[in-house]
Write a protein that binds this ligand. Structure first.
Ligand SMILES: [Zn+2]
Length: 337
């Protein structure tokens, strides 16, 4: 939007070369609370529900929350920090239309990977083109959706846990003001799917490896920090297992430590095989655990435990029913964690 006295600055024409991708999983190392609306609750009572898909009632991680946390931590760790004293993200808007000032602004934008990747804040005249990063909503992996479904019947849990927290009175060490926080339970895995648009123009080309590296840095900081609510009280410890591939298909990096996988990767329940004994060739596919198939389930490794859980479930309500496709996440979510 521009007014009559200040015509918009000319924008470079950018060609979309393709999309880099970061795909894999998010593992909850502790319970995870990404807040939703109270309207969504229908089981258990909590003032702090998690966000759920309105059609399936399944909890998920809104892409907006993950994108926001990534950006916030990268801005806090940038030197100098990439935010203003009021707490909002910085931009590099020119202070005037003086050509030298405009040139300074353009150079600053061109050099700023955060603005390029996440989009400049409150500056419609910026020269960087579209926001590069696209963070999809994180759905439960199919195996863990089935694990939670089994627990719902067994323990009356609606895909989540209800955790009570309270205030300890300093005078006599008694608990006061209990509040209930809903969380996706520890060990549950959700899908991670990030795309990065890669553009080129006559005067500027995206540095694709640098963009992917910065996002990796942000993911690593989240792993050491927290995600969602109640982070300082133990919630929101998450780990990523993922691989970044350029728009031309070259693998750039992978993230995911064996130690993390040893501790928290639980067997994903095999889907189609769950009625019959699990044959030896359960996972003949690429074997790359970090890469999630789009709609097919069974990401991860089967095991005796997984088979037991799924057996119990299949013996119950679901029968040998074929796996339904994972539901789409429809809402344009606005909840920040
Ligand atoms: Zn910037």
């Amino acid at each position: 939007m521009s007014n009559a006295t200040t015509p918009a600055l000319p924008q470079p024409l950018r060609r979309l070369l393709g999309h880099a991708r970061i795909r894999g999983s998010i593992t909850c190392r502790s319970g995870l609370h990404v807040g939703g609306s109270k309207d969504n609750i229908d089981m258990g009572e909590t003032d702090n529900p998690v966000v759920r898909d309105p059609l399936t009632d399944l909890p998920y991680i809104p892409g907006s929350s993950l994108k926001g946390k990534l950006r916030a931590l990268l801005e806090q760790s940038a030197s100098p920090p990439h935010y203003d004293p009021n707490g909002e993200p910085r931009n590099h808007r020119p202070a005037s239309r003086d050509p030298a000032e405009v040139a300074r602004s353009r150079a600053a934008y061109k050099a700023c990977a955060i603005c390029r990747i996440f989009g400049p804040h409150k500056d419609p005249d910026h020269p960087l083109g579209p926001t590069r990063i696209i963070v999809r909503d994180g759905r439960l992996t199919e195996g863990d959706r089935l694990r939670l479904e089994a627990l719902r019947d067994e323990k009356q849990l609606n895909f989540t846990e209800l955790k009570t927290e309270n205030l300890v009175l300093r005078t006599n060490n008694t608990a006061r003001n209990p509040r209930i926080l809903e969380r996706i339970p520890a060990t549950i895995r959700l899908e991670l799917d990030i795309s990065v648009r890669v553009f080129a123009s006559d005067d500027d080309a995206d540095d694709e490896p640098a963009m992917l590296d910065l996002i990796k840095q942000g993911l690593e900081i989240i792993q050491r920090d927290t995600f969602g609510g109640s982070g300082s009280r133990g919630s929101g410890w998450i780990a990523f297992d993922c691989t970044a591939v350029t728009h031309e298909g070259t693998e750039i990096w992978t993230l995911g430590s064996p130690a993390v996988a040893d501790h928290v990767s639980l067997p994903a329940t095999p889907l189609q095989e769950s009625v019959a004994p699990v044959p030896a060739e359960v996972t003949p596919d690429t074997g790359d655990q970090a890469t999630l198939p789009d709609a097919a389930g069974g990401a991860g490794v089967g095991s005796a435990e997984g088979a037991m859980v799924s057996g119990a479930m299949v013996g119950g309500a679901e029968g040998g029913e074929p796996t339904p496709p994972a539901a789409n996440n429809i809402p344009e979510d606005t909840h920040e964690g």
